[in-house]
Design a binder for this molecule. Sequence first.
Ligand SMILES: O=C1NC(=O)NC(C(=O)O)N1
Length: 309
Amino acid sequence: KFDLTGQINGVPFDRLFLNASGVHCQSTTELDELLQDEFVGGAVTKSATLEKRAGNPAPRYYELANGSINSMGLPNNGFDYYIQYVLQFHAKPTILSVAGLSADDDIQLLNQIQDSDYQGLTELNLSCPNVIGKPQMAYDFEGTQALLQSVFSFFKKPLGVKLPPYFDLVHFDQITAILNQFPLTHVNSINSIGNGLWVDVASESVVIKPKGGFGGLGGKMVLPTALANVRALRQRLNDSIKVIGTGGVQTGADVFAHILCGAELVSIGTQLQAEGIGVYHRLTNELERIMADKGYTALADFRGKLNTI
Ligand SMILES: O=C1NC(=O)NC(C(=O)O)N1
């Protein structure tokens, strides 16, 4: 009765919900569970690196009262594992997420995809904050420009990017001036707010082991930053580049807000980790209740229509 659809590069999603890359997507079992859920529209893989990685030492994920902090360090089963998976038939769309540990790695990963039979969506993660000793590419504007210039000299398949949060309007202007030069299918925003720190007063200690306790923030506390980034990117990007809204979603109202800011699809990370896959049924019910109360039958009725005062 409600149209909760979206589309990226002509790929139809019959539901708006995805997982945030990294959550519930490291194994094929987890990915299958997502793709078999009636309330999920598609699945994003854990960002694949060229080789399998164990990631950072545990504890590396910690749930907070108002969100999460993580320094996973890109643990994943390696590129071959995930390209094999997305090459299989799936009833719903997949997004193959890749993350090089260097620009050269990114080029190698995308060359392998270009040379493969995969015709689905790919997302280049430019924003992992937790690889020890490695900066986030998307905070290096010149580096990002140069990388995308190289990528699009050979990569002819659908490609989106995963961005970190920005905190200055000038930075929104700068990153979108770069992204608008390229035929990107989408921007996925936000990745975790990098290098937060949580202190447990009882033990007088940090709560995760890697990087002296520094890690990416997610969940409820990042919602205002996620909404700002989705809105700012939507206002500045070419219409052909969709925005996937990620960050801070706990309720149907949060989903509604992301759509108002212009999100085409909405990813769930911290809340999926905390609540399990049932979160999608709950969020669907809550979203539909809000839509019904407002007389909306489709996301398109209000997508991007945030009022200002
Ligand atoms: O891009 C990422 N964002 C995160 O918050 N954590 C993971 C990771 O550490 O693997 N990667």
